[in-house]
Design a protein around this ligand. Structure first.
Ligand code: SF4
Ligand code: SF4
Length: 323
């Protein structure tokens, strides 16, 4: 069966309409509210590649990442993670920002969490730099959109790429609501600053993105950005309530990107409690997986919908909030 771009956009539009409203528009996980249930992998997902018997691979039932926004205070803090990722994976750098290729990039609050203008979000959060990367979504629209199976979800939650099957149609890019994928408009090998002979290069006309460093996990190594972050980024098995990442998320406030789309992002952003205004007149439970709050009321009563509203700059002038 062939599918052209118009058909795809039609399908994607219908899916978005049908999916919208089924999930909460906003989730703030407070300490102790982490819901770490891992849905069974859907039929047809590919298994993780076989492990090398000589290596102690790091494995998980559901890989996830916690980006501790409290520890990212300048764009340079994010850039060192991006540089490590580029060096490790032969990711090219182009002067033209529209053609640049990034698996992890520095983003503003509005770029990372568009439309999130909840009363609780403070300027302290808005002014921070954020590390934006593939969310390795639990229900990844990019996988559904790919006509060749070049991108697929593994049983351990990693959304992987087979570059040899990528025909460059960019349907996955159109389907990804996070802008997590990059396209090689020209030969990337001419724009690689530092070659890593142990990782394959890509070619012109191929899409690429973060792999959660699956090749390093398989060797028993942590992802390059995790190592470079100096403790600001954690990966682990979120299906294991005793894992480091589950413990970390259970003890801290965290938010995820564009939860209203129902993609189940696997990247969490930990935020400091003093950067979130306390809720007024309610004790909402933002856990989208709960149908009831602790007081027995339907969670819908406590869902805080994203609002477009004006925020004040530090000089008192108003500015547009969200995108
Ligand atoms: S963030 Fe985008 S590219 Fe990554 S799994 Fe989700 S939809 Fe796919
Ligand atoms: S997990 Fe690996 S591939 Fe993904 S952004 Fe970090 S370094 Fe890059």
């Amino acid at each position: 069966m062939t599918i052209n771009r118009r058909d795809f956009l039609k399908i994607a539009g219908i899916s978005a309409v049908l999916g919208f409203g089924e999930f909460t528009a906003y989730e703030l996980l407070r300490p102790g509210e982490l819901f770490a249930k891992t849905p069974a992998p859907p039929k047809g997902t590919a298994a993780a590649p076989p492990q090398d018997a000589g290596l102690r691979a790091l494995t998980a039932n559901r890989w996830a990442m916690a980006v501790d926004a409290r520890k990212f205070n300048s764009p340079e803090d994010v850039q060192k993670c991006s540089d490590a990722c580029k060096r490790t994976h032969n990711v090219p750098t182009f002067d033209d920002a529209r053609r640049d290729v990034n698996w992890l990039r520095t983003a503003t609050f509005d770029q990372t969490f568009p439309g999130l203008t909840d009363d609780r979000i403070t300027d302290a959060l808005i002014k921070k730099p954020y590390a934006a990367l593939c969310n390795h979504c639990g229900d990844p629209p990019c996988v559904r959109a790919c006509p060749t199976g070049a991108t697929f979800k593994r049983k351990d939650g990693i959304v992987a790429m087979d570059y040899h099957r990528c025909i460059g149609c960019r349907m996955c890019m159109a389907a990804c609501p996070y802008g997590a994928r990059s396209f090689n408009f020209s030969d990337p090998r001419e724009h690689i600053k530092e070659f890593n002979r142990e990782f394959p290069t890509r070619t012109k006309g191929v899409v690429e993105k973060c792999t959660f460093c699956s090749e390093r996990l398989q060797k028993g190594l942590l992802p390059a950005c995790v190592e470079a972050s100096g403790g600001a980024v954690t990966v682990g098995d979120i299906a294991d309530p005793k894992s480091e990442i589950s413990t970390l998320l259970a003890a801290n406030y965290s938010i995820r990107r564009r939860l209203e789309l129902g993609t189940e992002p696997g990247v969490y952003y930990i935020i400091a409690p003093d950067t979130v205004n306390p809720a007024e007149n309610s004790t909402p439970n933002f856990d989208k997986n709960s149908t009831r709050n602790s007081d027995g009321k339907s969670r819908k009563e406590n869902v805080v919908a994203p609002r477009r509203e004006e925020r004040k700059n530090s000089d008192g002038k108003s500015k547009k909030g969200g995108k």
